[in-house]
Design a binder for this molecule. Sequence first.
Ligand SMILES: C[S@@+](CC[C@H](N)C(=O)[O-])C[C@H]1O[C@@H](n2cnc3c(N)ncnc32)[C@H](O)[C@@H]1O
Length: 191
Amino acid sequence: MILNKILDQAHALMKKAVHEGSAVIDGTCGNGHDTLFLSNLVGDDGHVYAFDIQEQAVENTKARLKEHHRLERTTVIHDSHTHIEEHLQEDHKGMIQAAIYNLGYLPGSDKRVITKPDDTITSIQTVLKSLKKGGLVVLVVYHGHPGGKEEKDAVLDYVSSLDHRDYEVLNYSFINKDRTPPFIIAIEKNV
Ligand SMILES: C[S@@+](CC[C@H](N)C(=O)[O-])C[C@H]1O[C@@H](n2cnc3c(N)ncnc32)[C@H](O)[C@@H]1O
C-alpha cells in the first residue's frame, strides 16, 4: 500500500519534525511505544517528557525504555497532560519541538479510563504555547468507544478555530471505511 496507515503516518510526521537534541512530549504514553520511538529520534542530547494518569502505563513505559536503554533521555510522569507546563525544565519552556497524543483508552487496560475533551484541549493549548516556531503537534484520534465522539467533535471544533496565520492544521483520514477508523490531526506552528 502506498498510503501510510495512521500510525505510520503519525511516526512519519514526528520523524520529519524531531531532530537530535529536540525536547518533545508524549501526552499519553500508555505502553510507551511512542515514547520509545521519540527517544530514538531525540538522541543523547534531546529529551522526552511522557505523561499518563495510569500508574500501570507509567510502569509499562519505564520498563520498555529500560529494556532499550533509553531511560536517561526521558522523564516519565504520573500526572495529567493538563499539567505539562509544571513539569518542563526552565530551558525547555517555549522550546518544545513536537508533541504526540493518542486519544482514547489504553488497549488491554481499563476501557473506562479515557482521554477527556476538556483535558485534551487544555493540554493542546498549553503545548501550543510551549512549542517552538516550526514545531508540530500530532493527535491520533480514536473515537469508536463511549465518549469518543464527544472528544472527537470538541477537538475538531477547537483545532478548526486556530488562526490560519499562526497554525497549519491538517486532517489525515481514510474516509471510505466502515465504522469509526482513527485519524490524525497535525498542527504546525508558524509563529
Ligand atoms: C490510546 S492510549 C495511549 C497509547 C500509547 N501511545 C502507547 O503507545 O501505548 C491513551 C492513554 O491516555 C491516558 N490518559 C487519559 N487521560 C489522560 C490525561 N489527562 N493525561 C495523561 N494521560 C491520559 C490513558 O491512561 C491511556 O494510557
